[in-house]
Design a protein around this ligand. Structure first.
Ligand SMILES: Cc1cc2nc3c(=O)[nH]c(=O)nc-3n(C[C@H](O)[C@H](O)[C@H](O)COP(=O)(O)OP(=O)(O)OC[C@H]3O[C@@H](n4cnc5c(N)ncnc54)[C@H](O)[C@@H]3O)c2cc1C
Length: 347
């Protein structure tokens, strides 16, 4: 049986914050787990490829998709356990992440206030273990409920199962396997605030904030100063991950480029991709359709009606320039749909 709510030849442009034009052979806007699972079973019976989409803030549509796009619109949130100062919150996959942060912080619970204003849905947050200002989703994560497409059954995955890393998780390594239906977070009224990150540290200047909502509001102000709003200037946030190099590599780079911005991290040194791109002269670059943001070199912008191929061509040129100058290969953060479009091998 065909899924409820099936749309044929659907326009995808409004489903991605980069707003590139593309169509899907089929689209389902799933409002319940049953809608979502039924659509997946149907696609599997029909032998169709499936692309799951939340808020589309970490995806670039670069061509028409020949299968089913499953848009996760499941709503709902529930406090499941409130135990003294600790609480467990369930968020359905389609809940807005940012609105959930405000809801939690407004209720006086701490843990995710630094992640305010990150676009997208709660269900996508574990996929790249979203992070900002020294905090990652994994710091508050308990577990999630997913539909295991391989086994054809629901499964609960805890923090360890999800194998979280820097912008990384199990779901990036097995992209076709799990459909995340809901996530569970542990929050606390007394967890210390994380205010060590430069701009937040400056904002509070040694003062203890009155509430998690105050921290969330400070994060929003700081972010708005430097990151373009996708509603005004279509973009997908950071386009490249900050590359991690070995200490030996870093020492060689530092000898040649003493100003290079870098931070120690587990297993090496993390370079600031925005700095590398800026030094190659790309900040503020703009052609007829696409460009690089004038304040943040890590953000690629679709200025006026650019398509996915134009965005990826610009990204490829930036990546190749950085590789040639610094010998460091930048890796894209957003996914590309269909995946075959990609950036291709370096020159
Ligand atoms: C202006 C801007 C600022 C940003 N800032 C940050 C930041 O500070 N830190 C950060 O980490 N990220 C940031 N991002 C990236 C992005 O917001 C996050 O990656 C976010 O979690 C993506 O959520 P989404 O719902 O839009 O996911 P989508 O873009 O729709 O999907 C992303 C991936 O997750 C998969 N997916 C989505 N939902 C599900 C589900 N229910 N089950 C299984 N797989 C699913 C998709 O298939 C895709 O592979 C920013 C983006 C923008 C545009």
């Amino acid at each position: 049986m065909r899924p409820r709510l099936l749309v044929e030849n659907a326009d995808l442009q409004s489903l991605s914050t980069m707003a590139t034009p593309a169509r899907a052979r089929y689209l389902v806007n799933a409002g319940t787990p049953e809608d979502a699972c039924q659509a997946l079973s149907w696609a599997s019976r029909e032998g169709l490829p499936v692309q799951v989409v939340g808020g589309g803030s970490n995806l670039i549509f670069c061509d028409d998709f020949p299968g089913l796009v499953l848009h996760m619109a499941l709503r709902g949130k529930r406090w499941e356990a409130v135990n003294g100062d600790e609480a467990t919150l369930m968020l359905a996959a389609g809940e807005s992440w940012h609105q959930s942060v405000l809801y939690v912080a407004g209720a006086g619970y701490r843990g995710i206030e630094n992640l305010a204003l990150i676009p997208g849905t709660a269900g996508a947050a574990p996929v790249q273990n979203i992070g900002a200002y020294g905090v990652e989703l994994s710091d508050s994560f308990i577990s999630l409920l997913a539909w295991d497409r391989q086994a054809g059954e629901p499964v609960t995955l805890d923090r360890e199962d999800c194998r979280f890393g820097y912008r990384d998780s199990l779901f990036k390594h097995e992209p076709e396997r799990y459909l995340i239906l809901e996530i569970r977070l542990r929050l606390s009224r007394h967890r210390p605030f994380e205010l060590g990150y430069g701009e937040l540290a400056q904002w509070f200047d040694g003062r203890t904030p009155d509430s998690p909502l105050e921290v969330a509001q400070a994060v929003m102000t700081v972010r708005r100063r430097k990151l373009p709003d996708p509603e005004q200037l279509p973009n997908t946030g950071s386009f490249f991950k900050n590359p991690v190099v070995t200490v030996a590599q870093w020492e060689e780079l530092r000898d040649q480029w003493p100003d290079m911005v870098a931070y120690p991290t587990d297993g090496g040194v993390k370079l600031a991709a925005g700095w590398l791109i800026d030094q190659c002269g790309w900040k503020g670059y703009r052609n007829r359709t696409v460009g690089v943001h004038h304040r943040q070199a890590l953000v690629l912008i679709n200025h006026s009606g650019g398509n996915g191929k134009q965005v990826l061509e610009l990204a490829r040129r930036i990546r190749d320039d950085v590789l040639e100058r610094y010998g460091v290969l930048l890796e894209m953060e957003p996914g590309v749909v269909p995946s075959a479009c990609g950036l291709g091998s370096p020159v």
